[in-house]
Structure formats: C-alpha cells, structure tokens
Design a protein around this ligand. Sequence first.
Ligand code: SF4
Length: 342
Amino acid sequence: MAIDKVLLASPRGFCAGVEMAIKALTWMVRAFPAPVFCYHEIVHNKVVVERFEALGVVFVDDILDVPRGYPVMLSAHGSAPEVVSSAQTHSNFVVDAVCPLVTKVHHEVKVRVKKGHNIIYVGHEGHEEAVGTMAVAPDSTHIVESGTSVENLPDFDGPVSLLAQTTLSHRDWESILEAAQRRFPSLSTPGRSDLCFATTNRQGALMFIAERCDSVIVIGSANSSNTRALERLAGEVGCKQVFRINHASEIPYGLTGTVGVTAGASAPEELVNTVIEKLNPRSGVEELRFVVEEEYFPPPRELRPLIHAIGFFAKLGLIDSLNGSSSDDRSIEASEVLTTLQ
Ligand code: SF4
C-alpha cells in the first residue's frame, strides 16, 4: 500500500464508561473462580468479548441462563429494572456496570414520567441501551429513529419530553430534535443533551481530521452504536472513502494518500496499533488532539470492598492475583489490563 500519512484522531477508543466496565469484569475474574457470568456483551467489541470468554466469562442474553448463586455482571449499556431485580434474586453477587451517563437517562425517564410526561426516546430499536431505557417506563416511552417516525407519533395528552440514547450521532439527534419541536412546540428536553461527552468528543475529533483525509478508517464493531455514528458522520462531512473495520486484516487494498484513523468507544488501542502498523505510512503518523479527555468513572459500588480486599491481601503477600499491577483502579488503564489477559 502506498500510504503517505496517517492522521490519528484523538480522543478515540475506550471511553470512561468502557474503561470502568472492562476493569470491573477483570476484578470479577480475579476474585471468583470461573465461570463468571455477564448479562449481554460487556461492551460491543469482539476482541474484548473473546478475551474474557477465554478466561471463563460466559455472556448470556437471558438472566435466567445464569445458574443460581453464580456471580454476574450487568453490562455498561444498562439493564431493564426487571433484569436487575431478577439478577439479584438469582445470584449471590451482582455487579451493575452500567455507565453513569446511561443511569442519568434512566433517571430522567423516571422523573419525567412521574410528572406525567410522555417520553419520545431517540434511539436504535433493539440496541441494549435503548431496550434497558425503554423498560424504565414502557407504557409512556415511544422510540423514534428518524424525523419521519416523529411524524407518525400519536397526539399525546399532557407534556412531552425528548430524551436520547447516549451514543447517537449529533446530526441525527439535531434533525430529530427539530422535527419533534415542530410537531410538539412545547417539547421539553434536558438542559444538557443526553449525548455523552465521549460520543461528542470522538465525533469532534473525527471532523477535525476528516477534511485532510483521502479515506477514513473507523475501527469498531457493527453492533457498536457510537462506531456506526462515526462511520456515518465521516461520510456526511464529505469523506469519499469510509471503511469500518473490526481489525487490521480487514483494511481494504489500494488505499493511497492520507488515511484518517479513529476508533469507537469500545475498540481497544491495541487494534489501532495493529491497523497503523499495517498501513505503514511513509511520512509517519500525526495525532490531532481535539480535546483532552480526563473523565474517570470509579468501579461499581458493589465491587469496591472486594477491590480493597484484593489489594490488601496482595500487599500482605497472601495472594498473587494482581499479577504485578496496582490495586488502585484509577492508575490502571483498561487497554493495559486487556493485554495482560491474553
Ligand atoms: S459511550 Fe458514553 S454513555 Fe456509553 S459507556 Fe462510554 S461514556 Fe458511557
């Protein structure tokens, strides 16, 4: 391939929510003998999922598939309230690794429905996050994916609120917001949109490099909503060639000139490194930083006593399960953790 240069978007890849979830599942694997169960893919990335499967993690799509008493983690996308209570009945140890920003949307649904609002929820039908959020108030929540579906909504009695899946593309959100405001002039929306900082930043970083690229590679899985949003955005801002790939072996032949590279919020940095290695640009890699991302989400509260105990016993030399890494969750990066899991 005759690639001249790679423009690398920053931020890219793991967000604070994914970091938290991957590290949380790692702590579970360290603390409990296999199998550890996880409701839904911990994040939407094949490499991450397969690495945990190799360690004895079993991913299930029905909480009733978890044998009674086994430890279970609920994924970062957030779970329906009945799934959370069913997990608590089934298991002696449940860790809910829902991203706090998804919890915030669940909370908005609850509070607004309590005040009598009808909720229009902008999200992807069938996506785990959308399914979990809709289940908070199924009778009052109506999912839409486009401006046209807003037109097809019934005339509601009472106030109407517009909420959203955290990982939408900004353009999709704005066009549906406009359509909803036209249809329901006294529409209520949260002070800050539900689109999360990680989604916003990755989209901003991509737009920052897109104009200078002959083609753009977006690394991430097809079922990752924020990855698909990046892929669509690259096309919308005029990139003629946009490729979403799972890993380096899927890089198309014949790329030339300047190639932009970014990664969805659930794609590990090791995939980015192998893609760059394969592109092997003549004039090297230029990383363009759109914004510095410093958000950190602490481990789920159910895990904190366990993490302290593991650190304590490791310090006493009573266990060696830390494999040389720190017990201070903040100082560990999920990408590093993943490489040690191989
Ligand atoms: S993409 Fe946003 S909402 Fe989803 S896990 Fe990451 S930080 Fe949380």
